[in-house]
Design a protein around this ligand. Structure first.
Ligand SMILES: Cc1cc2nc3c(=O)[nH]c(=O)nc-3n(C[C@H](O)[C@H](O)[C@H](O)COP(=O)(O)OP(=O)(O)OC[C@H]3O[C@@H](n4cnc5c(N)ncnc54)[C@H](O)[C@@H]3O)c2cc1C
Ligand code: FES
Length: 277
């Protein structure tokens, strides 16, 4: 059986520079048996470590069906991610995981799915989008809304364009500061939500991004008639252990690392955006 608490060595198969400060790594466990038995759910994360530097939690962005590799997309934020940005194919990282509770994919079956993301908040939901597209007949319409501050911050542009051409997929992008040729919306991603004509009985929404953005999106979705149980979000906190031992990531009685990072809105409503949490 696969033990997520044990670190394993993984080798970088591919490296893609997505934007000046964001890169993706395609990884494979060095031990092929470990790669064969490694499984994860969309929304779960791994702890990635560089020996002598440190360890960071990073979402898995590939589809769980891609069993020969797994992808991480990483923004350079500080010490560890900066060191990781210098890695090249053939280099190795340590991996513990997968950790956490992913998105409610079973609950989403048969439903329309609304995905609202901001900045690199798209990362924990790209795995969901890939999952939905591979199993298209099991889900209703898919609405994908992604917002960025500046047009240049948009990664996976070609991917969004490809998705937008698929039947039953509604892709809308927004940039606060668009360039002259930006074909999408100018403004906040939350402004796009008003354009939706939701089927209230059969819709589930999944959000990830800055907490203020998620709060605004939640307020709109609730105003439009979605119940709290139809609203799910992924939260971020500083992490150390990744499995409920150190207490670093607590939000009230919940541990983001093991009870989340994906929560139903009703579970975290009292703490979201509240000072001190
Ligand atoms: C469940 C989870 C999934 C994540 N998925 C991704 C991902 O897919 N891609 C990605 O690029 N990043 C992701 N992150 C964020 C990533 O873990 C941090 O950017 C990283 O730990 C920063 O480490 P560092 O040593 O480079 O920077 P540090 O020097 O440790 O930190 C730089 C700055 O970022 C702050 N910071 C560090 N971690 C967090 C955090 N979790 N939330 C808010 N502020 C933080 C620090 O306080 C400091 O101000 C995720 C975080 C969590 C908790
Ligand atoms: S990261 Fe240690 S308890 Fe969550």
């Amino acid at each position: 059986m696969f033990d997520p608490h044990l670190p394993h060595s993984a080798v970088i198969d591919q490296r893609v520079q997505e934007s000046p400060g964001i890169f993706s790594l395609r990884l494979q466990y060095v031990d092929t048996h470990v790669q064969d038995i490694f499984e994860f759910q969309p929304g779960q994360f791994n702890m990635l470590s560089l020996f002598g530097v440190g360890e960071v939690p990073i979402s898995i962005v590939s589809d769980p069906d891609d069993s020969h590799f797994f992808d991480h997309t990483i923004r350079v934020a500080g010490r560890v991610t900066e060191a990781m940005s210098r890695l090249q194919p053939g280099d190795r990282v340590g991996i513990r995981g997968p950790f956490g509770r992913g998105w409610p994919m079973a609950q989403a079956e048969g439903q329309d799915v609304v995905v609202v993301t901001g900045g690199l908040g798209c990362a924990p939901l790209v795995s969901v989008i890939r999952y939905l597209l591979r199993r298209r007949d099991r889900f209703g319409d898919i609405h994908i809304m992604q917002g960025v501050k500046h047009e240049d911050d948009l990664i996976w542009r070609r991917q969004y364009e490809t998705w937008s051409r698929e039947h039953g997929i509604n892709v809308q992008l927004a940039a606060d500061v668009p360039g002259k040729a930006w074909p999408w919306q100018q403004g906040l991603v939350t402004e796009l939500i008003n354009t939706l004509d939701l089927n209230l009985e059969t819709t589930i929404s999944m959000l990830c991004g800055p907490e203020l953005m998620m709060l605004a999106a939640i307020a709109q979705l609730r105003d439009m008639g979605l119940a709290d149980q139809q609203i799910w979000l992924s939260m971020e906190r500083n992490m150390q252990c990744g499995f409920g031992q150190c207490g670093c990531c607590q939000v009230g009685p919940k541990f983001v690392c093991k009870d989340g990072p994906v929560f139903c809105y009703s579970e975290v409503a009292d703490f979201l955006g509240a000072k001190g949490f």
